[in-house]
Design a protein around this ligand. Structure first.
Ligand code: SF4
Ligand code: SF4
Length: 114
């Protein structure tokens, strides 16, 4: 029986979850350690960015970006369906609006029930 351990990526997943800047990342693997769902694995090559192995497991909790000691080394790539609720801004006028609405609705001023 072989002593080798294999990790097999999930190729059908189209999203990458997180992206590394190899010019900034030191390969310290702190992000790998803090990830609650083991999305990444350490790169077998020392000082290289980790490898995203199971992007579909990402919770988008941001722990990896928060804990990274080198700003800009890791960036979260939110799926499109999670970005669509954001406000859109018209560059020339600064007008804010949402899809299907000319302007954002006024803030909810009702106190919480109970
Ligand atoms: S992204 Fe940040 S925490 Fe992760 S290996 Fe690179 S430097 Fe370390
Ligand atoms: S956002 Fe959270 S779940 Fe996703 S890779 Fe980073 S630490 Fe892991």
């Amino acid at each position: 029986m072989s002593d080798k351990v294999y990790m097999v990526p999930n190729p059908p997943t189209p999203n990458k979850a997180v992206e590394f800047n190899p010019d900034i990342c030191s390969g310290c693997n702190l992000c790998v350690d803090v990830c609650p769902t083991d999305v990444m694995m350490p790169n077998p090559e020392k000082k290289k960015p980790p490898i995203v192995l199971y992007p579909e497991e990402c919770w988008y909790c941001g722990g990896c970006v928060e804990e990274c000691p080198r700003p800009g080394a890791i960036t979260m790539l939110h799926p499109t369906q999670q970005r669509i609720s954001m406000n859109w801004k018209r560059k020339d006028t600064g007008e804010l609006f949402r899809l299907g609405m000319k302007n954002p609705p006024p803030p909810n001023t009702r106190p919480p029930s109970g």
